[in-house]
Design a protein around this ligand. Structure first.
Ligand code: NOJ
Length: 440
């Protein structure tokens, strides 16, 4: 059976991680600009000021995508590039940049998939309280409206948020990402609910602008892999459990209200008065129909007490490798949420460098992808509705507080010269696309 005929084979990036041009052409600052300019926050004090200089080199980058044979590209819009203060005045030069990028993609038959929020909150909105402020839903609705009005005739596919668990968890709980807060459950629940309210408002605006557009959300997840048939129910039950101590990291905190219109009961019971009031109208918006669920999967865990052997395979950033991660991520989530699924991110960082022959050989990445995507095809063979696979990332880029050492790209970037080199894995990925995954 394999992947469907119209399967989407794409690569993914995010604005702050690749664009550079951090203060050009009227762009306003965002919380990542502010964070990286404080010494000691990011490894080697790296910044995204220039990053991959995609802001100036987008045409070359689209050419490379074309060369790799991808039929889609997932990227995010920098909110403060198009609305410098997050609300209010629109920056025409920012709009022009994205219009040019989108035109270039369409000219090359590459379908744009746009993420509205990939972690780079405008600084002006941080000063107003960021996601802790209930008004954030109004701000996000306005931003979505500006996006819909300016790009809605050319873009059909939207993702409202990328990995809310991670930007809330790392930014508001652990404090390693901006705004570097270490908050308690009450505030975390409030911010989480505001993000969900913002999601609902954006879905409404995007659909009002174009009822045929396709809207989803992207969540990060580590699936629980059952080690035997008898474990499957146990894996399912514990994967979707949602308690107060860890709700941020679960699928069900985010997806249950979106799909079922209610939060997990265990969480509500444990939170009691800590849970913010959500009006019926807000819940209705949160609970609006979405068209797909996007999942980002890198790692997984085994259900039960099964542990990995010492020395088992892991990547350059020490993430454990679980070849069946995509397969179970799809199976578990489709069973519960009954939505078409896109893998909106998957990939690995490796110790890539340019060999004496001038090429970048990355056999580990090829083997990793071979195993993971084959697992994904198994899920398709079992009848799961999988619409596409986006590799993270198109090119090496700024890996947040880890700077530029982790290299996740199919394209190697020389950060001194900005030279781009297609890694072996890029050519391999092209062959997978050409066979629609049949050669795996
Ligand atoms: C998740 C994030 O969406 C992306 O920004 C990040 O670079 C990759 N995964 C790898 O960590």
């Amino acid at each position: 059976m394999g992947f469907s005929k119209n399967f989407i084979w794409g690569t993914a990036t995010a604005a702050y991680q690749i664009e550079g041009g951090w203060n050009e052409d009227g762009k306003g600052p965002n919380i990542w600009d502010d964070f990286v300019h404080q010494p000691g926050k990011v490894e080697d004090n790296c910044t995204g000021d220039v990053a991959c200089d995609h802001y100036h080199r987008y045409k070359d980058d689209v050419k490379l995508m074309k060369q790799m044979g991808v039929n889609a590209y997932r990227f995010s819009i920098s909110w403060s590039r198009i609305i410098p203060d997050g609300i209010g005045k629109v920056n025409q030069k920012g709009i022009d940049f994205y219009n040019n990028l989108i035109d270039e993609l369409l000219k090359n038959d590459i379908i744009p998939y746009v993420t509205l929020y990939h972690w780079d909150l405008p600084s002006a909105l941080y000063l107003k309280g960021g996601w802790l402020n209930p008004e954030s839903a109004d701000w996000f609705e306005y931003y979505a409206k500006v996006v819909a009005e300016n790009f809605g005739d050319k873009i059909k596919n939207f993702i409202t948020f990328n990995e809310p668990s991670v930007f809330l968890g790392c930014g508001y709980l652990i404090g390693e990402h901006p705004p570097c807060f270490k908050l308690g459950s009450k505030d975390l629940l409030l911010a989480g609910c505001n993000i969900l309210r913002s999601h609902g408002r954006a879905v409404k605006i995007l659909k009002e602008n174009n009822p045929d557009c396709i809207v989803g959300i992207t969540l990060a997840t580590q699936p629980l892999i059952p080690v035997a048939k008898e474990n499957e129910q146990e894996a399912y039950d514990s994967y979707f459990t949602c308690g107060l101590g860890y709700f941020i990291w679960t699928m069900s905190f985010w997806m249950d209200p979106i799909k079922f219109g209610k939060f997990p009961k265990q969480l509500l019971d444990e939170a009691g008065d800590l849970f913010p009031k959500i009006s019926e109208e807000d819940m209705k918006l949160i609970n609006q129909k979405i068209d797909f669920l996007g999942i980002n999967i890198y790692e997984a865990k085994y259900a039960g007490n099964f542990t990995r052997a010492p020395g088992a395979a892991h990547t350059e950033v020490h993430w454990d490798i679980y070849p069946d991660a995509l397969k179970w991520g799809v199976k578990l989530n489709q069973k519960r949420y009954e939505l078409p699924i896109y893998i909106t991110e998957n990939g690995m960082s490796a110790h890539d460098w340019v060999s004496l022959d001038g090429k970048v050989h990355d056999p580990n990445r090829i083997d990793f992808l071979h195993r993971y995507i084959k697992g994904l095809r198994d899920a398709a063979d079992e009848g799961c509705d999988i619409r596409g696979y986006f590799h993270w990332s198109l090119m090496d880029n700024f890996e947040w507080s880890k700077g530029y050492n982790p290299r996740f790209g199919l394209i190697y970037i020389n950060y001194e010269t900005q030279e781009r080199i297609l890694k072996d894995s890029a050519y391999w990925f092209k062959s997978v696309i050409e066979s629609n995954g049949d050669n795996l």
